[in-house]
Design a protein around this ligand. Structure first.
Ligand SMILES: O=C1NC(=O)[C@@H](c2ccccc2)S1
Ligand SMILES: [Zn+2]
Length: 265
């Protein structure tokens, strides 16, 4: 809806992160996109995803001034993603969310233009080819991001541990220790059905290094749990004017002839 677009564009302009180059010169593989279901192409070669996360590698949760990130120790192949459209092994480095000021919008991807109140991103980098996330970010096939849509419904028990930690990181740059969180509890029960396409980071540097894997099945969280996401602030404790962390999503980008493949018919 226009209001949503307006909110996102306002954020786009206002947020410091967006003061940099807004587009990748000649970027025609940008994200997010609208997934047009009837135009996606079933690919029988797509394998099931192999997701193997070790809760012991969970380190901290922090507010980076645009979202909140749960970061993992990615110095070894302990929490990995492989299979699906991927040729190599990818290491989980962090997960975060994007959400709206209302339940009417907030996701980055849409399905047949349908908006969800929020979207989870599990960010992985190719540890077969690169030795650091920062390196992989700049390379084709450097990253793999799993996207999971959130819908408002019953309370998500696994998410509650994370929600309880948010008041401690209300302001930008605040960090708290966060251990033994099993990111796999945030995945839908069915991870065999997904769409996949080649795209980009949805925040600067917007590099086109991402194999996107968007789950068909959403997860449910409660209204109150989402409300705690919205109690976070974009601003640091010192700033006079405090701004609620909401509408932290990028507007949709054109497909530019790309094909979205599906792992299911
Ligand atoms: O999926 C994505 N969501 C974001 O906020 C982008 C990003 C940018 C840098 C690091 C990790 C993720 S890419
Ligand atoms: Zn994201």
């Amino acid at each position: 809806c226009f209001k949503m677009q307006e909110a996102a564009e306002h954020n786009m302009k206002m947020h410091p992160m967006w003061q940099g180059p807004l587009t990748v010169p000649g970027g025609d593989h940008q994200s997010p996109i609208d997934i047009v279901v009837r135009k996606s192409v079933f690919d029988s070669e797509l394998k099931p995803l192999v997701i193997d996360y070790d809760p012991k590698t969970c380190q901290q949760i922090w507010n980076n001034g645009y979202s909140f990130l749960v970061e993992y120790d990615d110095t070894t192949d302990k929490s990995t993603l492989k299979g699906g459209p991927l040729q190599d092994t990818y290491r989980l480095c962090q997960f975060h969310f994007h959400w709206g000021e209302s339940n009417a919008w907030g996701s980055e991807h849409t399905v047949d233009r349908r908006l969800f109140p929020a979207e989870l991103h599990l960010v992985h980098w190719n540890s077969d080819k690169y030795s650091l996330f920062e390196e992989a970010v700049m390379e084709e096939n450097g990253l793999a991001v799993i996207g999971v849509f959130l819908k408002v419904g019953k309370r998500h028990e696994g998410l509650q541990k994370l929600v309880d930690a948010l008041p401690a990181i209300r302001h930008k740059s605040s960090v708290v220790e966060f251990n033994r969180f099993d990111a796999a509890c945030l995945l839908p029960t069915n991870t065999d059905d997904y769409w996949t396409y080649h795209g980009s980071l949805t925040t600067p540097p917007l590099t086109e290094s991402v194999s996107w894997i968007v789950m068909k099945q959403h997860i449910e969280v409660s209204h109150d749990q989402l409300a705690v996401f919205r109690s976070l602030l974009f601003t640091s404790a010192e700033e006079e004017v405090q701004k609620s962390m909401v509408n932290n999503f990028r507007v949709q980008q054109s497909l530019c002839g790309r094909t979205v493949r599906s792992s299911f018919t």
